[in-house]
Ligand binder design. Structure first.
Ligand SMILES: Nc1ncnc2c1ncn2[C@@H]1O[C@H](COP(=O)(O)OP(=O)(O)OP(=O)(O)O)[C@@H](O)[C@H]1O
Length: 253
């Protein structure tokens, strides 16, 4: 059951990278709800990644404001923003971005130590996550020694080490083959079913089929929205994919 509690609200949100090219995001008024698996789609260049970076406060808006978990992000200090990044939100990138000189285990605990001084508790949680993702026997391997899918699982484990309320994902399956991509999506769906809010950008209809709410971005504005029943492991992915295809096709995808 999705609540109607907004965890993110934007008002008049604009982003321009330079004054000569105008706004990439145009006056967006948007709400993201707690417990949703929100998927953002749109054509290449429509501003999806820009929006994700703004919502996750990895980049700054040029006008308007963003309220994240009850706080106006345009008014928070750098220290407060850093705290929110460490404790409340996480980001899973397409490029994965594990630190190459740290083992899989070290990649995960490294982020945990930044928040929790109890190193034993962090190590315990990292162990649980690695076991959950069936990577415990690879804990001493370096990222270059495991597959892309395993690296992405570690990136998700790292994103979970501080128990974030919101997970942002930018094309998390973009670099993976089909079956491995499904494993990553299954993991995100499971996290969502456990109550975590997920906001994901994707071009992939199969990935989008995990959404409980779809937003379609066109030229920096939201031009459509679709609400779906939350995905269930036994659910009919094909039927959901067809619905999403019809939705985005009608919007000019
Ligand atoms: N750092 C940047 N500096 C200047 N322009 C940028 C920058 N990042 C993005 N843009 C421009 O902003 C627009 C939106 O880019 P964005 O990456 O948000 O789109 P997208 O919908 O995620 O695209 P894609 O699907 O291709 O990843 C594009 O015209 C892009 O060239």
């Amino acid at each position: 059951m999705i609540s109607i509690e907004a965890i993110i609200q934007t008002h008049g949100l604009c982003k321009a990278y330079n004054s000569s090219e105008g706004n990439v995001l145009k006056d967006l008024d948007l709400e993201i709800y707690k417990g949703d698996f929100t998927v953002i789609m749109g054509r290449s260049g429509s501003g999806k990644s820009t929006l994700l970076y703004l919502l996750s406060v990895m980049d700054y808006c040029t006008a308007g404001n963003i309220n994240l978990l009850g706080k106006d992000m345009t008014k928070e200090s750098q220290k407060s923003l850093a705290k929110i990044h460490r404790e409340s939100i996480s980001f899973v990138f397409q490029g994965i971005n594990l630190l190459p000189d740290l083992t899989l285990f070290e990649n995960i605990v490294f982020c945990g130590y930044a928040v929790n001084k109890d190193k034993a508790a962090v190590a315990q949680k990292a162990e649980e996550l690695l076991k959950l993702f069936e990577l415990w026997d690879k804990r001493k391997s370096y990222p270059s020694e495991v597959s892309g899918g395993q690296q992405q699982m570690v990136a998700i484990a790292r994103a979970l080490i501080n128990d974030p309320e919101i997970i942002f994902a930018d094309e998390p399956t973009g670099a993976l083959n089909g079956a491995v991509g499904q494993d990553v999506l299954d993991t995100l769906s499971r996290l969502n079913a456990e109550g975590r809010s997920i906001i994901m950008v994707t071009h992939d209809l199969n990935a989008a089929a995990r959404a409980s709410r779809m937003l379609y971005l066109r030229d920096g504005s939201i031009s459509g929205e679709l609400r779906l029943e939350p995905y269930q492991a036994t659910g009919d992915l094909k039927e959901r994919t067809t619905r999403i295809f019809d939705f985005v096709e009608n919007l000019g995808w």
